[in-house]
Design a protein around this ligand. Structure first.
Ligand SMILES: [Zn+2]
Length: 540
């Protein structure tokens, strides 16, 4: 201890300024350095070197900071001067490291102009508290920002740049109609709905009204400015299918009801969607010559079965084209002997598999009805629970208010007040998270289940005449189907893993289908359905 006092402590000066929102109030780096140097000279502290960091301290891994600690470990200095503890760390790893270095006497002292640190157990305790506070500050801030955004979306405010035809009103932070452009949007919808205009022609129309891409601005290196071109057909399509125009908006893949003023009637929008859809079918994409490629895996080596078109020449000079599918034999360690198979053979086996998974239409109707009822019941139940929780929360709020009155009247001590208040606040917080969870989770399994039933019923349509590309598409829709080919035989659910609940449903359905319909009594059908619906309820 005496040795340490006798030895003059050498300090590193550490300044940090990041672009974080929470650091807005902090002095600039230059100002920090000036003030800290002045502070050091007043206190008679020796500064060995100045470290300047421009990264956030929210996460560990600041290069300059790490370099500084490393050099302290090497004995080049034994103290740090900084503006405030939060300059040194806003995350638990860096905080821990500083305190550890103090414990080990590698670091002997910290100095801040506006915060007193003493290298004693109490001093370290205070420092740890201060670090925690700045970490919590960061945590709260990011939670608050997210919560604010969620609230904004729930309130129906689109949190992004307004689409064409609207403007972001910076003053009120809402989205307002751009009168002139909204009229152009209406005309574009009106033109397209007639059905005789292409997307490109709509782009021409927009261009004639002065609507074009941004173009290039004049810069030093590029003195020519460019006017901007007409919109690409895709951009026109995006505009014509944006639900924003009839009052909804899509954010993070979810559609929300917006507060902004619609400029297109929903009916017109729907008719435009129908035209878009039909048009898409008219301009056919080039068909895939090997539609069943990369759909089935090889039962020997696990590689995908791929397709190839082969031409055979007959003796009389006629040429015939055949499509073959075979294992790519690309496995590095397994020598695979799976033979090739003609496309119609593969397709007919897949059709058989799909048919074995088809759900009879009357079952489908029954299950969809059940789902609708379930949805209603779940919604009602969740509404009831939420009403109770909301009442409880309101009760807590008034308790908190009353507690404050009691405290103001001087009936309880400040410590007791703070303690009781913290308890109530924490209870309120848990209630609120429960409410949030309920709003999110109630009946979340119903929609996937409905899609599953629809897919299962749609398999009734599959037959020998179904186009092969459609067979491939349907197979890909079935969760975990995983068809495997071994000795030219295709089996479904090849991996034997039936953990996924939807896959379980497919298995149950197939088992139910295995008995010919004529042999099933009405009772038996009903019990199968009950089994299916039970499985459905077992969804996580
Ligand atoms: Zn193989």
């Amino acid at each position: 201890m005496f040795a340490q006092v006798a030895q003059k402590i050498r300090y590193f000066l550490y300044v940090r300024k990041s672009t974080d929102v929470e650091d807005k109030q902090v002095l600039s780096i230059e100002a920090q350095i000036v003030e800290l140097k002045e502070f050091a000279s007043k206190m008679g502290l020796e500064i060995v070197e100045i470290f300047i960091e421009k990264q956030t301290a929210k996460r560990p891994g600041r290069p300059v900071f790490n370099d500084m600690l490393h050099r302290i470990e090497n004995g080049e200095a034994d103290g740090i001067i900084a503006w405030l503890p939060d300059r040194l760390s806003r995350n638990s790893i860096d905080s821990g490291q500083i305190i550890y270095m103090l414990d080990e006497n590698v670091l002997l002292d910290l100095k801040f102009p506006h915060w007193w640190f003493e290298n004693t157990p109490q001093g370290k305790y205070m420092l740890a508290n201060e670090f925690n506070a700045s970490k919590q500050y960061v945590d709260n801030l990011s939670v608050n920002t997210k919560r604010g955004l969620r609230q904004k979306i729930r309130d129906g405010h689109y949190p992004c740049i307004a689409p064409f035809g609207y403007l972001n009103d910076v003053r009120t932070k809402t989205i307002v109609v751009h009168k002139k452009n909204a009229e152009i949007v209406r005309q574009a919808f009106g033109l397209y709905v007639m059905g005789d205009k292409t997307l490109d022609e709509i782009a021409d129309f927009l261009f004639s009204r002065g609507i074009k891409t941004h173009g290039r601005r004049k810069t030093k290196n590029d003195p020519k400015s460019q006017g901007g071109n007409k919109w690409h057909a895709n951009r026109v399509k995006y505009m014509l299918s944006n639900p924003f125009y009839y009052g909804h908006f899509v954010y993070a893949g979810e559609q929300h009801e917006g507060k902004h003023k619609p400029i297109i009637e929903k009916a017109l929008f729907d008719r435009v969607q129908a035209v878009l859809c039909n048009r898409g079918k008219v301009q056919k994409l080039p068909t895939n010559p090997v539609p069943l490629c990369r759909l089935v895996r090889c039962g020997f080596c696990g590689c995908y079965i791929s397709g190839a078109v082969k031409t055979k020449r007959q003796k009389n000079g006629n040429e015939h084209q055949y499509i073959y599918y075979r294992c790519t034999h690309k496995h590095k360690t397994v020598r695979c002997h799976e033979k090739e198979v003609r496309e119609f053979m593969l397709a007919s086996q897949l059709v058989t598999i799909l048919q074995s998974l088809a759900m009879p239409r009357n079952w489908g109707d029954y299950m969809l009805e059940r789902l609708a009822t379930d949805e209603l019941v779940t919604k009602n139940e969740s509404n009831k629970v939420r009403a109770v929780l909301r009442d409880e929360r309101d009760g807590l709020l008034s308790k908190i208010k009353r507690l404050f009155d009691v405290y103001l009247d001087g009936d309880i001590e400040r410590d007791e007040y703070l303690e009781r208040r913290a308890e109530l606040m924490s209870e309120k917080k848990s209630l609120e998270s429960k409410l949030e969870d309920l709003a999110r989770d109630s009946g979340f399994w119903i929609e996937p289940m409905r899609q599953w039933v629809k897919t299962a019923v749609s398999l009734c349509e599959i037959g020998a005449d179904t186009p092969h590309s459609e067979i491939a598409e349907v197979c890909r829709k079935i969760d975990g189907l995983n068809p495997l080919m071994k000795d030219k035989n295709v089996v479904a659910f090849g991996d034997g893993n039936i953990k996924s609940p939807l896959k379980n449903l497919w298995h149950a359905l197939r088992a139910a289908n295995q008995k010919p319909r004529a042999e099933r009594g009405a009772d038996e059908e009903m019990s199968l359905l009950v089994r299916l619906t039970r499985l459905e309820r077992a969804q996580p």
